[in-house]
Ligand binder design. Structure first.
Ligand code: FAD
Length: 501
């Protein structure tokens, strides 16, 4: 069988991409090296993942938000149900919810996805696996991609002695991606300065290890919950995946970093990471594409990697599907790199900036104290929330209207239907609040024409929304059908398929 798309990796990014491609009716094979999806590192507390606004919106718009985040903490509410105080942190320097001026984010309406959240990796993967399978994606576990070759017309992927054929291959196979390496993609960036640790341990003298983040001359440590240790040692990343994660090693590092004689009596689970920050210089080579950690790696500081990867999948899915169906406007697939590469680069910068502030040097401490002052102001907290939650993400799509390139507000139609519900099947939308664009709206087969007023217009008259929820065109009054037609041609279909107006 010739698959439209072969995806390497059934992590969250590969699974979401499979769902998006199946929504558009492409045949999809997902190859996953691991036999068993289970890992204790995907369960709480190790498997806790911060979810930014665009990711929450993605899940909401595909009807998955309750299943994914419903069982875990909605970070807007504290454990006692009272509004939370801490909204996030930059290099461990916290900012508060009450300082964030969300009114600055002009085009947002209240929705279940309007803040950052947390979810469990195991749950994210389970929900996406179920959905991918129920939409008809084939997922083969215990089948790792070993190598591949491509021609002008397709790819041949080797799994051990077996081969499978597809029209496209997408590497969603994580930070050590085989697809990226075998494909010869350039992976450029900075080398690590530290090894980070998370460990669940038993401590003979727990009072020796402070609960709050404590900076020392070689790194920092904290004990957020009894027996949970998070620490970071500036060792140039030397211990990551080289030193065996034994009780002795963790104790040695903890003693060095905390400058105490703490004694550990048992090690239950531990993991390490570094701040290596690298990004593929191109996300596409012919019929091979990269997404998620395969395309960009960095430290988990700031909770961005999964979010960046899911953003890649949401952006790529509909564009690749339109290309496969032969309906894509010229250059549509190239906009995947144009839009997502800068987002990946920003995430790497965010991670590097945090490392710079955490270095055990007087200069870094001084910079940290300035950041601490700034983050305590409304403007500072709003800036950090905006960057960390990605709440004001805007692609540079050209066009004069300030909403173009941003996430569509969750408008509510007068019958109570929300825009997120209209986006559930992955089709683009033409929202026409005054019902003046019926003729243009009828022309594009894959565009849902939605005439009628909404409860809060935010000053708008009409909005053209891509399948990924990004606004392609908007106007405040008296829509110009010619302008709309140009935007629709750019994003929705090749000119040949639309009769002349
Ligand atoms: C401690 C820690 C905390 C984190 N916290 C956050 C957070 O709060 N928020 C956030 O956004 N991100 C966070 N991250 C990052 C996040 O987990 C990753 O960015 C995310 O898992 C990337 O998803 P992915 O699907 O691209 O890759 P992965 O999750 O790595 O999945 C890749 C899949 O590909 C499979 N595979 C590998 N090689 C092959 C092959 N050759 N063929 C077939 N399959 C293959 C693997 O088995 C795996 O299932 C954290 C990471 C760590 C380590």
């Amino acid at each position: 069988m010739l698959y439209d798309v072969i995806i390497a990796g059934a992590g969250p990014v590969g699974l979401l991409l499979a769902c998006e491609l199946r929504l558009a009716d492409c045949s999809v094979l997902v190859l996953e090296r691991a036999e068993d999806p289970y890992s204790p590192l995907k369960e709480l507390p190790f498997g806790m993942r911060g979810i930014t606004v665009p990711t929450a919106e993605t899940f909401y718009r595909r009807g998955l938000l309750d299943d994914i985040a419903g069982g875990t903490t909605h970070l807007a509410v504290g454990e006692d149900g009272a509004p939370r105080r801490r909204a996030g942190h930059f290099a461990g320097i916290e900012f508060e919810d009450s300082n964030i001026e969300t009114s600055r984010w002009q085009y947002r309406l209240p929705s279940p996805a309007d803040t950052n959240m947390a979810a469990e990796m195991k749950q994210i993967e389970a929900v996406l696996t179920d959905r991918a399978r129920s939409l008809g994606a084939e997922i083969r576990r215990g089948h790792g991609v070993d190598d591949f070759g491509q021609t002008e017309n397709g790819v041949t992927v080797r799994i051990g002695a077996e081969s499978v054929r597809g029209r496209w291959l997408v590497g969603c196979d994580g930070g050590r991606s085989t697809v990226r390496k075998q494909g010869g993609f350039d992976f450029a960036g900075s080398e690590p300065l530290f090894t980070g640790y998370m460990a669940e341990v038993e401590i003979a003298d727990p009072e020796a290890i402070r609960q709050e983040r404590t900076i020392t001359s070689t790194g920092f440590y904290l004990q957020p919950d009894p027996g949970m240790i998070a620490m970071l040692e500036f060792d140039g990343g030397a211990a990551h995946r080289t030193a065996p994660l034994t009780l002795e090693h963790i104790q040695e590092v903890l003693r060095r970093v905390s400058q105490t004689d703490v004694t550990l009596t048992a090690l239950r689970l531990a993991t390490t990471w570094t701040d290596r920050a690298q990004q593929a210089t191109t996300y596409r080579d012919g019929r091979v594409l990269l997404a998620g950690d395969a395309a960009h790696i960095h430290s988990p500081l700031g909770a961005q990697g999964l979010n960046a990867g899911l953003g890649d999948a949401m952006n790529l899915g509909w564009k690749l599907a339109a290309t496969i169906r032969g309906e894509a406007p010229e250059g549509l697939l190239d906009t995947y790199q144009d839009e997502r590469h800068p987002v990946g680069a920003q995430v790497l910068e965010w991670s590097r900036a945090q490392t710079a502030i955490m270095l055990p040097a007087p200069q870094s401490l001084a910079m940290g104290s300035i950041i601490s002052d700034l983050i305590g102001t409304p403007s500072g907290a709003t800036y950090f929330a905006e960057r960390m939650w990605n709440a004001a993400l805007r692609y540079d799509l050209g066009g004069a209207h300030p909403l173009i390139g941003r996430s569509v507000p969750d408008f509510e139609l007068l019958d109570g239907t929300r825009v997120a519900e209209l986006l559930r099947d992955g089709q683009g939308l033409l929202l026409d609040f005054d019902g003046e664009l019926a003729q243009a709206g009828a022309l594009w087969r894959d565009l849902k024409y939605v005439p009628g007023d909404v409860r809060e217009r935010l000053g708008l008259a009409a909005v053209l929304v891509r399948p990924d929820g990004v606004v392609a065109w908007a106007c405040d009054e008296r829509p110009d059908p010619a302008e709309l037609t140009r935007a629709a041609f750019r994003w929705f279909t090749s000119a040949a398929q639309v009769p002349a107006m």
